[in-house]
Design a protein around this ligand. Structure first.
Ligand code: C2E
Ligand code: CA
Length: 561
């Protein structure tokens, strides 16, 4: 236990005098009572009880070695084994030189010979021992993490630096170990259990890494850093550490990022940033627990950071362009361009065209997607209005919604405002909501989708077949069309030419009374097969790639004339 260095009682530091001789106790109290608050014990057991009761406030123990019930040496051993009392300095009072040596070996801070020397000498020895103990306490409080006893980050970096100076030729790894889903553990079990888990992880790390020369620290709540000799594989180690967290009612899974064979020219922080990047890469991966850093990862990370930094300016400068991919209705004799999907692209001034796969998942993760999507929805609605005027007929446009947006309480209002500002009919704005959004928290999502549908918007279930929704659930869902996941087309035509899965989906759609849209259609063979199976709408490179608005308009013009 950490003892306070401000352990004053009634304005004075507290000292225990443990001596069975009444006269000695009185004499020492007389010498000390002006400067210290003095507790007294007349035998070993009483001394032990008083120490236990006052271990947080005792600054020093004066301990006679010859005492009834529990000898001074035995008491000293007990105190030094107990974390609560280990750091309280003990000065032994003895007339026997051999015992002096023995007690110093057992952890005594100093000794005062009997018969007692001058009061000033006694006072000086006491005050020096207290000062030394308190200095040590301050050093260890900043050097060691209170919870786990591992180094704090500041000292860790210093020791790693020192280690490098002494072992310049060693092949070293920087390893970052994180507890998976730590915040959920805190929610489920509360802080005291979580502290137990973290202590247990620290103990396991100490056990596993103790044999080799290494430096360990707890960096932040659930992040531990290890600087150790290079090894080829960490998976066994991480498994061992995870399983070392025994006595937990839940399984603790750790993940490790390894920057192997560090480049020593890099500063120490940068080495561990690389290890952390590798660990974060597998944050949501349930099967991989060790990830090794490579330069490509760093590039990816820096690229993501650049995109996030530059997003506000890009939005303001209209670097995002909405492309439109035509959708064809194939139910009649001839395919008819009936609607479009709005797909965003980023035209970056120096990086060129960036496709949504590079930034949509990133913006979904940090919430920026809401601003971008509102821009795309608004641009799409403006185009619906413009085309209705220009071509004399409505061309519905579908826009994508991200899962996180389904939780936005303002979502319906945002769409209503767009409808009002652009004077479109809501039935011309199709909303593509991915199937996986319905699967988790389904009732909340279903409520939100129902609200949108009640406002007149047309709801398409995107990526159907990838989200594992049950048939039971689908029949309850508020949807107007099923959009087949592109994987179905790939699997059906690329491998075994087996279209049975597509037939099943079309049957489901028929049962629900909604049309099926197939996307990712690239060949005539696919188009004809889908038409034969009863698919209603087709979108894909076979007809057209996503196009800039002007080119899409040309296609529209052609389809009319
Ligand atoms: P998605 O909604 O599944 O969009 C279809 C993707 O397939 C688009 O990729 C499209 O260009 C591509 N595609 C269309 N036809 C074919 C084909 O015949 N073959 C192949 N191989 N691909 C085809 P894109 O534009 O790169 O968009 C990727 C994903 O990014 C989209 O998948 C969508 O989830 C997301 N996304 C795009 N724009 C937006 C947006 O404005 N908002 C949101 N929230 N997500 C968007
Ligand atoms: Ca889509």
């Amino acid at each position: 236990m950490k003892r306070s260095t401000d352990n004053y009682v009634d304005g004075k530091r507290q000292i225990l005098v443990a001596d069975d001789e009444f006269i000695n106790r009185e004499m020492l109290e007389n010498i000390l009572c002006d400067d210290y608050n003095v507790l007294k014990a007349e035998d070993g057991e009483m001394a032990y009880d008083l120490i236990k009761q006052n271990c947080n406030t005792l600054s020093l123990i004066l301990l006679d070695l010859m005492m009834p019930k529990l000898s001074g040496l035995d008491l000293l051993s007990r105190l030094k084994e107990d974390p609560d009392s280990r750091s309280i300095p003990v000065i032994v009072l003895t007339s026997d030189q051999e015992s002096e040596v023995e007690s110093l070996r057992k952890g005594a801070a100093d000794f005062i010979p009997k018969p007692y020397p001058e009061p000033d000498v006694i006072k000086a020895r006491i005050s020096r021992s207290i000062e030394l103990a308190e200095d040590r306490q301050i050093i260890s409080a900043t050097e060691r993490d209170e919870l786990t006893g591992l180094f704090t980050s500041e000292y860790f970096y210093r020791y790693v630096d020192q280690f490098d100076k002494f072992h310049p030729a060693s092949d070293m790894d920087a390893v970052c170990v994180d507890v998976n889903h730590f915040h959920i553990l805190s929610e489920r079990f509360g802080m005291s259990k979580v502290s137990e888990i973290l202590r247990s992880v620290a103990d396991s790390l100490r056990n596993v890494f103790s044999s080799s020369n290494c430096v360990l620290c707890r960096m932040t709540a659930d992040t531990f850093l290890v600087y150790c000799h290079h090894r080829d594989d960490y998976s066994n180690i991480i498994e061992k550490i995870s399983s070392g967290c025994v006595g937990m009612s839940t399984t603790i899974k750790l993940r490790a990022g390894v920057y192997a064979s560090c480049d020593k020219k890099l500063d120490i922080h940068s080495r561990f940033i690389r290890a952390k990047i590798a660990a974060d890469k597998i944050r949501n991966n349930y099967s991989t627990f060790v990830s090794t850093f490579d330069e490509a990862l760093l590039k990816e990370e820096l690229f993501s950071e650049q995109l996030v930094d530059e997003f506000p300016k890009a939005l303001e400068e209209k670097q995002f362009k909405v492309f439109f991919q035509p959708k064809y209705d194939i139910r009649g004799d001839k395919p008819v361009l009936s609607s479009a999907e709005a797909l965003v692209r980023w035209f970056h001034p120096t990086l060129g065209m960036i496709s949504p796969g590079a930034f949509i998942p990133l913006f979904e993760g940090n919430g920026l997607i809401a601003q971008l999507d509102e821009y795309v929805w608004r641009r799409s609605a403006e185009k619906i209005t413009e085309w209705k005027e220009r071509f004399g007929r409505p061309v519905p446009v579908s826009v994508n919604l991200s899962r996180a947006e389904m939780y936005d309480p303002e979502l319906v209002n945002t769409f209503e405002k767009i409808v009002k500002d652009t004077s479109i009919s809501p039935k011309d704005l199709y909303l593509e909501i991915t199937e996986s959004a319905y699967v988790r928290d389904s009732s909340q999502i279903v409520d939100r989708v129902s609200q949108l549908r009640e406002h007149g918007f047309f709801i398409e279930m995107d990526d159907f077949g990838s989200g594992y929704s049950s048939l039971n659930m689908i029949s309850e869902l508020p949807i107007d069309a099923l959009k087949l996941d592109m994987k179905f087309i790939r699997n059906a035509f690329e491998k075994q030419n087996d279209t049975r899965m597509i037939s099943i989906v079309i049957d489901i759609a028929e049962y629900l009374g909604v049309p099926v849209i197939a996307e990712g259609v690239e060949t005539e063979e696919q188009y004809l097969a889908l038409k034969k199976l009863g698919c209603a709408i087709i979108q894909g490179y076979y007809f057209s790639k996503p196009l800039p608005a002007e080119e899409f308009e040309k296609k529209l013009q052609e389809s009319i004339s």
